[in-house]
Design a protein around this ligand. Structure first.
Ligand SMILES: NC(=O)c1ccc[n+]([C@@H]2O[C@H](COP(=O)([O-])OP(=O)(O)OC[C@H]3O[C@@H](n4cnc5c(N)ncnc54)[C@H](OP(=O)(O)O)[C@@H]3O)[C@@H](O)[C@H]2O)c1
Length: 211
């Protein structure tokens, strides 16, 4: 699969690397192809490709958005046409002052992005844990895989993203439509408050047990 990554920082960087290692053609959609961050990404994985965002998105089937939430409009503004019909994985989290929801819990960031891109299959995923868990998603010894919850309005898009999550070592769990993203964004705040403030391990993830 051809995958473009917009924002290859703490989250986009390891996901780009592992998706390439899983056999996908991964292009960093770089606003500055000569930046130190791009150079470091290529030094650690020379199989990653780099292109300007319009070109990277044009050739991708799946686009991963991992910019700060506040940057999403700027990052996506020139890409609306190129994103039509494609799957956009929304890894962003709107975070406000004091680790509150950045949109006042009135609407999820994912719904806001979906409303900007009505013809794009927006799927929220890879958002509910810290980046440490995207660097290494293995949790040996438990007998269950860590869960990756995802949501969105498009079933085909969610199935594609669930497949990618599985390839990266997660148990994908479709938790419903885009409205559910608000609750995933609150789960992120729970994780962030527990780990970054409360001192829990950054390698803490959730699992699903069903009977
Ligand atoms: N950090 C975490 O543990 C974590 C976990 C889950 C989800 N998230 C969410 O994932 C997103 C990314 O977080 P991060 O920690 O990976 O951030 P980060 O390390 O600061 O990386 C942000 C990336 O976004 C790019 N970017 C910033 N503004 C942009 C713009 N206007 N247009 C295009 N690209 C832009 C940056 O590009 P340059 O390289 O050109 O500067 C950089 O590659 C955030 O929404 C965050 O809430 C974070």
């Amino acid at each position: 699969m051809n995958i473009a990554v917009i924002g290859h920082g703490h989250v986009g960087g390891p996901l780009a690397h592992h998706l390439q290692r899983a056999g996908h053609v991964v292009t960093i959609a770089a606003r500055d192809a000569a930046s130190d961050r791009v150079k470091a990404a290529l030094a650690s994985n020379p199989h990653l490709l780099v292109a300007a965002p319009p070109e990277a998105v044009a050739r991708a089937e799946v686009i991963l958005l991992a910019t700060p939430f506040a940057a999403h409009e700027q990052a996506l503004s020139s890409l609306t046409g190129a994103l039509k019909g494609k799957v956009l994985i929304d890894c962003t989290n709107p975070v406000g002052p004091g680790l509150t929801h950045g949109l006042g819990s009135a609407q999820s960031g994912t719904e806001k992005i979906q409303s900007l891109l009505p013809e794009t299959r927006v799927v929220k995923a890879f958002s509910i844990y810290g980046y440490e868990n995207f660097e290494d998603a293995s949790y040996p010894g438990y007998g269950v895989k860590p869960v990756m919850m995802l949501c969105g309005n498009d079933g085909t898009g969610k199935a594609i993203v669930a497949g990618l999550a599985e390839e990266l070592g997660w148990q994908p769990l479709d938790v419903g439509d885009a409205k559910q993203a608000l609750h995933l964004e609150h789960m992120t705040l729970l994780w962030v408050r527990m780990v970054r403030v409360g001192g829990h391990s950054p390698h803490m993830v959730w699992a699903v047990l069903t009977r």
